[in-house]
Design a binder for this molecule. Structure first.
Ligand code: ZN
Length: 200
């Protein structure tokens, strides 16, 4: 016999499928949602649907944005000759928070992981190479993937791809703790990693 109604079970099931939410948290969230006034629940549901419908990849850097081109790529005061390659939009946000980086970004949306079956074609790598070959103005590509095994593998792979183009390729310094997710690292450490970057 089911403990809960079919509707609650369905809600718990959907919530439990989200990253980082186990079945206990899913139950707690489900009962919390049901206890809320209907207007609040509608706002949450609408926010999810609108975000999904309206958020897209920036045509240039592939970060998530509401428009064809993101505010960073559209900003003419930024240095468009320096591209920082990051794994995801959260890493981009971490570097933006430092307020010190003036270049632009390229968001890979993942990292190469043979263990998980994620290859170069599963991330926005082809798009990066197309971007580099489309212009003469790129002076440097800074690889700021995480210092995890996947991040390092990706960094090596990218540097090998870019080397023949003669564009300068650098890697952020390993002041970033091994296996550390960029978004959890404080701004000082991020800046030190950026300033201490090394040639690849
Ligand atoms: Zn962009």
């Amino acid at each position: 016999m089911d403990l809960y109604s079919g509707y609650i079970n369905k809600l718990i099931e959907e919530l439990a499928a989200l990253p980082g939410i186990g079945s206990k948290s899913a139950q707690r969230l489900a009962f919390h949602l049901i206890s809320l006034p209907e207007g609040k629940v509608s706002r949450l549901a609408n926010a999810m649907v609108s975000a999904k419908q309206n958020v897209r990849y920036c045509r240039e850097c592939f970060t998530l944005t509401d428009s064809d081109i993101c505010p960073i790529c559209a900003d003419t005061r930024r240095d468009h000759g320096t591209i920082m390659v990051v794994e995801n939009a959260r890493d981009l946000a971490a570097y933006e928070k430092t307020g010190k980086y003036k270049g632009v970004y390229h968001v890979l949306h993942g990292a190469i992981s043979p263990m998980l079956g994620i290859g170069p074609h599963d991330i926005k790598l082809k798009e990066l190479m197309e971007r580099l070959s489309g212009t003469q103005e790129i002076a440097e590509v800074i690889i700021a993937t995480n210092s995890s095994l996947e991040g390092e593998t990706t960094a090596m792979y990218i540097s090998k791809l870019i080397k023949p183009t003669k564009i300068r390729v650098t890697r952020i310094a390993s002041g970033v703790p091994v296996g550390g997710d960029l978004e959890y690292i404080d701004e000082v450490t991020l800046l030190r990693a950026l300033e201490g970057r090394v040639e690849l």
